[in-house]
Design a protein around this ligand. Structure first.
Ligand code: NAP
Length: 284
């Protein structure tokens, strides 16, 4: 009797919009892995029960999205160093009683920026907008990639400084010294790349940046993605930033890291990104 495919899923609330099943199906087809990957909608107060049930049915791994990344962190018995620093987990791997938690958002971002986009992060000055879960996930990987300076700026400045202090306490002092934080109003340019990790795009808005903030930027990158340029991308173009990108490549990149963790095989992201971009754009 043929054995059942290895089972994986993405868990969140809401979850119907998630592109992860099609990305992982494409990785599986490309690498010859036999897996089944679905969507798991959990009640906002029912994360642990839903994960327990998934594991009891033989599930081997989960991607975790809003609002459950902090709960997935608590659920993991072991965590990778990057997940430990982030305080958030977007990938769980199950092996009997063992539960490994990882955070692949940062490696997905770094791989996309340095690979597909082609901006070297070593020595770069990077501005990260937002102080939520997405920012948490990418700070350590950006520092590991060798950025010279990483500034976190948030609409609520106190949240940025609190996050900076929390992360800095877990970093090597030399890494912590490269990390700064503040509000949006005082920004005055001098960054090679501006990465929007706020949720503003979900309501069709761009963070309110002073005009000088864009000065010198070579790349504006929005973690949000969609069929049309986001408000942040439009603002960056209007300010003359030469390269403007959305978060679709990061999404594919983080999925590839999860797939490699689960299956021990690293998929080629480029054709999967290209096909997804085409589908997202819809009929010409
Ligand atoms: P979150 O924890 O809810 O963080 C929200 C952040 O956005 C806060 O810093 C908040 O500022 C800021 N914000 C919200 N609306 C704003 C506005 N109108 N103007 C300025 N700042 C605003 O969300 P998250 O988990 O960090 O996720 C952020 C975004 O990243 C989401 O859209 C998510 O989909 C995306 N993301 C994409 C990927 C990918 O693979 N492409 C991966 C991870 C996340 P205050 O503190 O002032 O409220």
């Amino acid at each position: 009797m043929p054995s059942r495919p290895a089972r994986y899923a993405v868990i969140g609330n809401p979850i119907a919009h998630s592109r992860s099943p099609e990305i992982h199906a494409a990785f599986a087809a490309q690498t010859g892995q036999v897996i089944e990957y679905g969507r798991l909608l959990a009640p906002v107060d029912g994360f642990v029960a839903a994960v327990d049930a998934f594991r009891a049915e033989g599930g081997l791994g989960l991607n975790v999205t809003l609002p459950f990344k902090p709960e997935a962190f608590a659920y993991a018995r072991r965590r990778t160093p990057r997940a430990e620093i982030a305080g958030a987990v977007n990938t769980l791997a199950f092996d009997g009683d063992d539960v490994l938690g990882d955070n692949t958002d940062g490696p997905g971002l770094v791989a996309d920026v340095q690979g597909r986009v082609g901006l070297a992060l070593k020595g770069a000055r990077v501005l990260l907008l937002g102080a939520g879960g997405a920012t948490r996930g990418v700070v350590r990987p950006l520092l590991d990639a060798g950025v010279e300076r990483l500034a976190i700026a948030n609409r609520t400045a106190s949240r940025a400084t609190a996050l900076r202090d929390e992360l800095a306490a877990r970093l090597h002092p030399a890494d912590a010294a490269r990390l700064s934080a503040g509000g949006l109003a005082d920004l005055d340019g001098g960054f090679d790349a501006i990465i929007n990790a706020t949720a503003a795009g979900l309501s069709g808005e761009s963070p309110a940046l002073p005009p000088g903030a864009w000065r010198g930027a070579m790349l504006a990158f929005d973690m949000v993605y969609g069929p049309k340029p986001t408000a942040f991308m439009q603002a960056a173009r209007a300010a003359g930033v030469p390269r403007v990108e959305d978060g679709l490549g990061m999404l594919v990149g983080q999925a590839a890291e999860s797939f490699a963790l689960w299956r021990g095989v690293r998929p080629d992201v480029a054709p999967v990104y290209a096909a997804l971009r085409e589908r997202l754009a819809g009929p010409a």
